[in-house]
Ligand binder design. Structure first.
Ligand SMILES: Nc1nc2c(c(=O)[nH]1)N[C@H]1C(S)=C(S)[C@@H](COP(=O)(O)O)O[C@H]1N2
Ligand SMILES: [Mo]
Length: 497
């Protein structure tokens, strides 16, 4: 089959226009055609690839997947446009090519992103490009039409203009970024949160380089299986409690936020099982929400249901773990005095005390009580990240002070075991000294900051840091990689004075 240059140019333009139209309508939300394709690519990839993309490459990996998905989408819209012009050239009915291109574009976008209105934003540009080409460039026409340079330039210019507008519009669609929790609770709840945040600021060590006890929302680490986050609305959100319970039920956002008697604030630290030993995927926030036990009581969990639960989310994520762990869990709709941001699970996420970040499911839609164990998303890919966190002390700041001393600092975390002690060796583990710890924050599941100063001799020093948890157990010394059960070992570093 011969494809003429005009046809190649037309299909390519239609492909790009179809994707641009979708972006203009949906921005970085799952209704954008490339978003579900990128997710499908990541999810269909072998476990190691998914791990590399999500746990190690992070945002870059998602950008890569999204780029491949973009190219694919352009290709499909282009193929649709080409097919449509071919069909049109054999038809006596006017506008066959335009209609076929539009319909094809709409169906493809709909099949991928399942948003009929947004799909129109692909259909119209794809059909439009074919219409322009038919009229001015004789594509798909038997009757030759002479094309002028001016027409070509006008068409290219129109396309470029469309891309610019689409890019601008799409980038400004960021999805829900909600306001303070007082919008959905009351002024008192808001002021409690603010007082607690004030307390955390007071208790943070006076070491400017060291991250404070509560991480700012924008600085809180993020790990997602998809490069594009769900864009839910609280008005349509529902959480169902199902499975081996006496009575399944669903509850909506208003019901949850109106459980005034049950609303609590909790400082909780999260840490990703896939991070490096001295990595930065560990942060703390003040979360506002309702204990999960309220919902489990309402559903009624029979004595015989002692096994486990599956939490499911709007992004297709699912994680399974012991029911006992969930009983102390928390459903958060607030973070640092704000309503939960989209990146961290808006409108509601689960927080499971002391466990790896993995089971703290964001965009939560279902809690299913199970009678038998099943594998979660990451366990299917070989990870063991549903249990309690390992103890860790991180070394994140090394500074030389004016008086010539060296100051070290970091955070230590051991889940609900708490941190009792952090020790430093500056002589390659010959001797150990106690670090200064920040006063503990209220709560069972929070990190502590540590700092240590010493007058170092000139030269190199091997610095090692280790924590002891609240049960008196020393952080494990033997080194292991993050995969499959989280990193272990003592963080060390050579400090040059
Ligand atoms: N729905 C959903 N929940 C999720 C994830 C996800 O990809 N989808 N990632 C998990 C992982 S691996 C971690 S470490 C934490 C990270 O939470 P954060 O992004 O709010 O820091 O969320 C967990 N909850
Ligand atoms: Mo994670």
């Amino acid at each position: 089959m011969d494809v003429t240059r005009a046809e190649v140019a037309t299909s390519a333009a239609a492909g790009v226009a179809g994707v641009a139209g979708s972006f203009a309508a949906a921005g970085r939300t799952p209704a954008f055609v490339a978003a579900p394709l990128a997710s499908a690519l990541v999810n269909a990839a072998p476990g190691e690839v998914t791990t590399a993309v999500v746990q190690n490459l992070g945002e870059f990996g998602h950008t890569l997947a999204l780029t491949v998905a973009l190219v694919l989408s352009v290709g499909v819209f282009a193929a649709i446009a080409l097919g449509a012009t071919r069909v049109g050239s054999r038809s006596e009915v006017p506008y066959t090519a335009v209609l076929a291109a539009g319909l094809g574009g709409w169906l493809f976008a709909l099949a991928v992103a399942r948003a009929p209105e947004t799909a129109l934003w692909s259909a119209v540009p794809v059909g439009g490009v074919v219409a322009v080409a038919e009229r001015g460039f004789a594509v798909g026409r038997r009757r030759p039409v002479s094309r002028t340079r001016r027409q070509t330039l006008a068409a290219v210019g129109a396309l470029a203009g469309f891309l610019g507008v689409a890019g601008y519009r799409g980038r400004n669609i960021t999805g829900a970024e909600p306001g303070p929790i007082s919008d959905v609770t009351d002024a008192e709840t808001q002021s409690e949160a603010e007082q607690l945040l004030g307390l955390a600021a007071e208790r943070s060590l006076d070491v400017p380089e060291l991250a404070p006890l509560v991480t700012e929302i924008g600085g809180f680490y993020e790990v997602d299986i998809n490069g594009v986050n769900p864009n839910l609305s609280d008005g349509r959100w529902e959480l169902s409690v199902t499975g081996a319970v006496e009575e399944s039920f669903s509850l909506d956002y208003a019901e949850l936020t109106e459980m005034v008697e049950s609303i609590e604030h909790r400082f909780v630290t999260l840490r990703c099982v896939g991070e490096g030993l001295n990595g930065k995927k560990m942060d703390t926030a003040l979360w506002t929400g309702v204990p999960v036990s309220r919902l489990l009581e309402r559903a009624g969990v029979p004595e015989s249901s002692t096994c486990c639960v599956m939490l499911r989310a709007a992004d297709g994520y699912y994680e399974e773990f012991p029911l006992a762990a969930l009983e102390d869990g928390f459903l958060a709709f607030g973070m640092n005095g704000r309503r939960l941001p989209r990146a961290h699970g808006y409108p509601v996420r689960a927080l499971v005390p002391g466990h790896w970040g993995e089971i703290n499911v964001k965009w939560l839609t279902e809690i299913e009580v199970l009678k038998e164990e099943q594998e979660g998303y990451w366990e299917k890919r070989g990870w063991h990240g549903t249990g309690p966190v390992e103890t860790v002390a991180k070394l994140h700041t090394v500074e030389k002070l004016d008086d010539g001393k060296i100051r070290l600092g970091g955070h230590a975390y051991a889940g609900t075991r708490g941190i009792q002690r952090v020790e430093i060796s500056t002589d390659g583990q010959a001797t150990w000294q106690d670090a200064t710890l920040s006063e503990p924050l209220p709560g069972e599941d929070v990190w502590r900051q540590w700092t240590y100063e010493w007058q170092a001799e000139p030269g190199e020093h091997e610095v090692v840091v280790r924590a002891t948890d609240g049960t008196g157990t020393l952080q494990p010394e033997s080194f292991s990689q993050p995969y499959p059960s989280g990193p272990t070992g003592w963080v060390s570093r050579t400090v040059d004075n």
